[in-house]
Design a protein around this ligand. Sequence first.
Ligand SMILES: [Zn+2]
Length: 295
Amino acid sequence: MAPRPPHWLKRSILPLWNGGHHLARRGRAIAQAILAGRVGRCVCCGRRAAFLFEPGIIPPKLIELWELTPELADAFTRKESLGCSACGAKLRAQRIAQVILGVYPVKPPAKSFADWARRPEIETLAIAEINTIEGLHESLRNHPRTKVSDFRHGGARGEVIDGVRHEDLSALTYDSAEFDLVLTSETLEHVPDLAAALAQIRRVLKPSGRHIFTIPMLPNVERTYARSVLNGAGKVEHRAVPIAHPGGDTGYPVFTEFGEDIVELMALTGFATVVHYGPVRDEDVAQVYEAIKIS
Ligand SMILES: [Zn+2]
């Protein structure tokens, strides 16, 4: 039997080995993007970049549980990848940026979200970034009136943990009518009490303020439904096959599966909603929702 490499040697070589693999994979993804013509200026950071398709970003288990056709699995993979090689903004972040540039125009027109966030007329816009959105966050964290928060299990509401404010969407600690714009991306489906979350977002928005967001949605789901619910004792009860999205230690459980009635549902909670890049279809599931608070 060959002698095993000593522990210290493995410890020093493994990161290099893994790093090498990562670089090789990234190199291949960049080459593929260039060959496929997926290059251009990134709407988030404004740099020339390749947009990297990452097969495997949607775990096979999720594809199986969600019963995705290969076409739909590809559409979700595009939504969650096609990341900018310079700033990492995924397709859904790039589309949120594009919608924001359209909704809050500046003169002369902004060349990117980064450019937009630095404009004097945007400095007065009060923004809540609920959970970090890669590609937007880098610009927003330097924006004087953006408040950034994250959800931390076990945190007290409003508590700053490791430099980040903990906020629970269904019980925000922000003031009423504090924000012009609230941003969430792939977050609403994980909130156990969706009605409370929408009511809270509405509360912290100024009149005619906007909640711009993305959610996962399959085509041809007519009605929004609860996949899981939190019972009175605080335990998760399943109403359909439980699904968790990748992330954290054990994944994030999905409570709500959204359907075609989303605009109707938003209207019932006091929002007029515009669907950008819609409707949801087999070849494109990366819609952006712009919900305007109705007074
Ligand atoms: Zn970028």
